[in-house]
Structure formats: structure tokens, C-alpha cells
Ligand binder design. Structure first.
Ligand SMILES: C[S@@+](CC[C@H](N)C(=O)[O-])C[C@H]1O[C@@H](n2cnc3c(N)ncnc32)[C@H](O)[C@@H]1O
Length: 103
């Protein structure tokens, strides 16, 4: 996908700073970081999201696309594929910890 007037690619370390934006998009990025690291990244996102007006209301969005294992809803083959992917991440020695939906 090419850059446009509304889409810019910005390099850098997401643990150090996240540039100010209307929308911050993570696809297949957060799953292999610990809860503490993800919290750190999301706090930086909260600071980076642009404000609107004077009432401190946030305008922007953080959009996260990542794999979710749902054995009850997914076909068995889909769950199996996700688990293989999961094992590859663990095997790669990432700062990984499985997150469970607490809601
Ligand atoms: C699994 S890849 C996903 C790439 C792409 N979003 C996709 O879905 O194909 C994870 C990405 O996170 C990036 N990444 C890892 N650590 C990072 C960091 N500290 N700051 C910024 N990006 C980082 C890697 O460079 C890599 O591109």
C-alpha cells in the first residue's frame, strides 16, 4: 500500500515514541509482547492520539488486528493453524505471554 495524503509510514522504536496521529494501526505486532510491554505501548498510543477541541476528548483510534483463539466458534482446522502459529512464536523466544479475555 502506498503512502497517501492521509497515510504515512513512520519508522522507529514503538517503545520509545509513537508519532502523533489520528489512527495508530498494529497488525500482528502486539501478540508477542508481555502484558507490561503492551501496556507501555498502549500508554504511548494514548499520548500520541490527537486531541479534538478543548474538552480533552480524544479524536483518534488505536486499531489492533491480531490472532484470537476461539475454540468454541472456530472450525477445528482454524484453531489448529492458530496453535501452530502460536508455537512458532513461543519457539522463536519472543517476549510472549498468552492473554486471556477477562471480560
Ligand atoms: C510479525 S511482524 C508483523 C508485520 C506486519 N504488520 C504484518 O502483519 O505483516 C511484527 C512487526 O513488528 C515490528 N516491531 C518489532 N519490534 C518493534 C519495535 N520495538 N518498534 C517498532 N516496530 C517493531 C517488526 O519490525 C515487525 O515488522
Amino acid at each position: 500500500m502506498s503512502e497517501t495524503k492521509n497515510l504515512k509510514y513512520v519508522g522507529g522504536d514503538m517503545f520509545s515514541s509513537i508519532p502523533s496521529a489520528d489512527a495508530i494501526f498494529f497488525k500482528n505486532v502486539l501478540h508477542n509482547w508481555s502484558d507490561d510491554n503492551v501496556l507501555h505501548i498502549l500508554k504511548l498510543c494514548r499520548e500520541a492520539i490527537r486531541y479534538v477541541g478543548d474538552d480533552d476528548k480524544k479524536l483518534g483510534k488505536v486499531i489492533i488486528i491480531d490472532m484470537v483463539i476461539d475454540e468454541e466458534r472456530d472450525r477445528h482446522e482454524i484453531t489448529e493453524t492458530k496453535r501452530v502459529f502460536d508455537m512458532l512464536i513461543v519457539d522463536d523466544g519472543f517476549d510472549y505471554r498468552k492473554r486471556k479475555d477477562k471480560g
